[in-house]
Structure formats: C-alpha cells, structure tokens
Design a binder for this molecule. Structure first.
Ligand code: ADP
Ligand code: MG
Length: 471
C-alpha cells in the first residue's frame, strides 16, 4: 500500500484514539509511533521507545478497534521496536536540549539588558528557581492532569484567570516542581516580569528577622527592616509560595501573608500557593485568609498510577541516558507507589551504583541495591487480600474463589487493582495469588482504574484501603 494512504489511515485513527485512550498513554506512547506498513489486515507501526511495545500491548484491542473503524474492516494493530528510530530520537533529544539551552541563555541576556539588574547572580537569587523543575520534564498523568493544565494557563497569562492558584497534595508528588515550572516559563516567555519563588519557611524567617531588627532600634514607627521586607514581597508580578501550610497558626505571619496577598491581588499580580492540604484543612488559620486561598482555583495532585510512574522512570532513564529495561521499570514503579521523590531517589541510587560498579541494570541486582526484602515485608499480595477482605467483611477464601456475588466480585477486583498498584509483582504472579489467569488480572486492574474516574465512592474506598495497607 502507498505510504501516503498508510499515513492517512493512521492520522484518522489518531483522531479516534485521542478520545478513547488515557491521555498519558496517547501522548507518551501513541503519538510518537511511525506508521510503517499495512499488509494482510495487519497495520504495523514502529517505535523508538523500548517500553512502548509492552505498554501498547495492553491497549492493542482499543487501537485495533479504531483502525478497523477507519478502514471499515477488521484490522490488527502491531507495534515493533526499531533501533534506528531509537537512535534518531536520541539524536533529536540532544539537539533540542542544546537549542533550548541556547535560547534560554539568549533570553537571560535579554532580560539582563532589559532590566537594570547588576548581573546574572542577583537575578538568579532574586527568583530562587532551580533549573531542574520545568514543564518539559514534568510527566503528565491522570493524577496531576488538572493541576498541570491550570499551572500552564497561569504561566501563559499570569494574574488573569486563576488567581490565586492553590495547588495541594501529599509529599513528593510534584508540587514544588509545578510551582517552579510556572516561574521558569514566565521568566522565559515574559522576561520583563518580576518573579519571586519563596518557601513559606523563608517567608517566616524573613519576617521574624525584620521584626527582631526593628525592635533592636526600638524605633516603633517607620521600621526600615519591615519596609524592606514588604518591598521584597509586594513589588513582584508573580509570587510563588511553596508549602504555605507551614504558616498555619503563626498569627503574625498569617497577618503579613494576608496583607501581602491583598496588595498583590488588588494590583492584578499572580499568586500561586502550594500546600500539603486543602485550605479548609487549615484549622488554625483565620477565615479571612482561608477564603483568600479559595477565591481563585484549587487544584489537587494525587498519587500517580502505575503507568504514570513507569512513564516518569522512562523519562528519567532517557534524560540520564541510563539503559533501564522494561522489567526493571515495571518492578520499581510497583515498589515505589506512593511518592515520586522516593521513586526518583531509587532511580538515582540505582543508576549511580550500577554505573560505578559497572553492573547491568537487572531486577535481581536492583532488588539488592534497594534492599527489596525489607520493603517487601510491608506490602504483599496476600497482605492486601487480607485487608480488603476484612474491609468488606468477607473471607479471604471468598476472594480467591469463583464466587460471583456482587459484593465478593467487587472486593476481588479492588484487591486485584491494589495488588498491581502497590506491589512490584507481575500479572502472572498476582494471577496465581488470586487463582486466576493473568488476563483476568489485567482486565480487573484496568476496569477498576477506569471506574475510579467517575465513581467517587470507589475512589474513596481505594484511598482508605491504600492508607490501611500502608499503615
Ligand atoms: P512536593 O513538592 O509535592 O513534595 P516535588 O515537586 O519536590 O514534590 O517532587 C519530588 C520529586 O519528584 C522532584 O524531583 C520532582 O522533579 C519529581 N516529580 C514529581 N512529580 C513528577 C512528575 N509528574 N514528572 C516528573 N518528575 C516528577
Ligand atoms: Mg515541595
């Protein structure tokens, strides 16, 4: 078949897949595919990403269905790993990195001449940003999709739509990363704006210092240090405050934060907060501050699902040129299931250890490096079955049996979902624990995952169970 026609079929299929697949899967694995050939009802695509073959296997049915719809007959989807394509992608990546660096430096230079800063050093310390945290190395999954989208919108149009933006979620889930990404993006595209990133802790210390110095002089009015403090935070275009929960109950800081907020907000300046909890959980803060936190937009970040965790590892491996095989990625994504910081920490330890000792990255070696036996004790498939059975008041035997009563079947599917999400085990192994085929396990896992999107009770149950299992 002609290349042009193949391309056209694939383009039409992509339009369907964009709506039917999870957006992480679509963007990360499907978009980069190259349509290759179409023979004997088999539509073959190539990938330069090692992991894509395994991941897309799970979505094969959905993709084949879309292809069949476009072609008006039964078509089977196939994806093949292509080393040449892989090399090409790597080259492009290097090239993009270099170009991006060049452009970044150019923008910095513009910014320096455009404003009256003494030099680079002062500007950097002024913004307080870490170059590591940018939008382009933030992996988007169902858990952070909304927060990511609104962070982008704020960066594009600061002070306009969502003001303040309040991002909240558990530790190590990417709040600081997103917050700083907003800062970088604004500095990059709107170099004239004055951006300030501050940790709430620093804000508190600054205030304490300003107050203490003021007292030394016992001047009472016109406190120079206090004015300096206020100037620092109230003359910016964008204020990014990290870990705002730390000011809860500190009356003087809360008052100062409130006044800073009012000044900036009234002047149409953008404010973004991050916090480990939602504003209504600030039990010891005055209502007027809480209502300010809530008057813009609230966006939460949840724990990433296993596919997103795998995508994060894949990105880390590729950015750091570490050759990490699929089974290792799957294993690690299973073990580190609560916190991206820990996942990243494990990745760093493993890549350093294996490169220094010139070891291959295999599951066996990785288990030794991360002391897997200790971790394993905490979360096992059997342990999960036990807890889920207790939670729904049924027996472990029922869960493992063929009993199809709704209550039992429901508990079983939830247990299977949690087993896949929370242990590093493979589908076949989990299948053995539940006396079921690995395809059944895959199906149950997918089903619960997609049901959770619209079933609030189900996601609350899962959250509660996850906490119990982690206890
Ligand atoms: P938090 O502020 O929520 O505690 P961080 O933003 O410090 O978490 O994230 C912890 C680490 O995990 C950082 O190194 C960050 O780059 C990384 N990280 C978190 N989420 C993601 C993501 N979605 N994509 C890529 N890296 C992430
Ligand atoms: Mg943080």
């Amino acid at each position: 078949m002609e290349d042009e026609l193949i391309k056209k079929i694939w383009d039409d299929t992509l339009v369907i897949l964009k709506d039917t697949l999870l957006s992480t899967t679509y963007e990360t694995w499907v978009v980069p595919l190259v349509a290759h050939s179409f023979e004997d009802n088999c539509f073959c695509t190539l990938t330069g990403q090692n992991l894509a073959v395994a991941i897309l296997q799970k979505n094969n049915k959905e993709i084949s269905k879309a292809l069949s719809k476009v072609c008006g007959k039964d078509v089977y989807f196939k994806v093949v790993y292509d080393e040449q394509l892989h090399q090409q992608l790597e080259k492009e990546k290097q090239k993009n990195k270099k170009e991006e660096q060049k452009e970044f430096i150019k923008n910095l230079e513009n910014r320096i001449t455009a404003s009256r800063y003494d030099g680079l050093k002062q500007m950097r310390s002024d913004c307080n940003l870490n170059l590591k945290y940018k939008f382009d190395n933030f992996v988007v999954g169902a858990n952070n999709k909304f927060a990511h989208a609104v962070a982008l919108a704020v960066a594009k149009d600061p002070g306009k739509q969502y003001n303040p933006l309040f991002i909240y979620g558990g530790s190590g889930l990417g709040k600081t990363h997103l917050l700083q990404a907003i800062g970088h993006d604004i500095l990059f595209h709107k170099p004239k704006l004055k951006v300030k990133y501050v940790k709430a802790e620093e804000f508190i210390n600054d205030l304490v210092n300003a107050l203490a110095r003021g007292m030394d002089k016992a001047s009472g009015k016109n406190n120079k240090k206090m004015n300096e403090f206020r100037d620092k935070y109230r003359t910016v275009d964008v204020l990014l405050v990290d870990d705002i929960q730390l000011i809860e109950g500190k009356v003087r800081t809360e008052e100062e934060m409130f006044n800073t907020f009012e000044t900036l907000h009234n002047a149409g300046k953008q404010i973004v907060f991050t916090s480990d909890r939602a504003p209504d959980k600030f039990e010891n803060s005055p209502d007027r501050l809480k209502t300010r936190f809530q008057m813009g937009l609230l966006a939460d970040i949840q724990v990433p699902d296993i596919e997103t965790r795998m995508a994060i590892l894949t990105k880390l491996a590729s950015d750091n040129s570490v050759n990490m095989p699929v089974d290792v990625i799957e294993f690690l994504a299973g073990v580190y299931n609560k916190n991206v910081r820990e996942l990243e920490g494990a990745f760093n330890t493993i890549s350093a250890y294996t490169s220094i000792n010139e070891l291959p990255v295999t599951v066996e070696i990785v288990k030794k490096i991360i002391n897997y036996s200790e971790k394993r004790k905490t979360v096992t498939v059997e342990g999960i079955i036990d807890i889920v059975a207790g939670y729904y008041n049924i027996s472990v035997d029922d869960i493992k049996s063929t009993n199809r009563m709704a209550k039992t079947a429901n508990a079983r599917q939830i247990a299977i979902y949690l087993a896949k999400e929370m242990t590093g085990e493979s589908y076949p192994y989990i299948g053995e624990c539940f006396n079921r085929k690995h395809t059944t396990i895959m199906y149950s896992h997918e089903k619960v995952k997609s049901d959770m999107v619209h079933d609030r009770n189900l996601s609350l149950d899962i959250k509660e169970l996850t906490d119990k299992i982690n206890m």
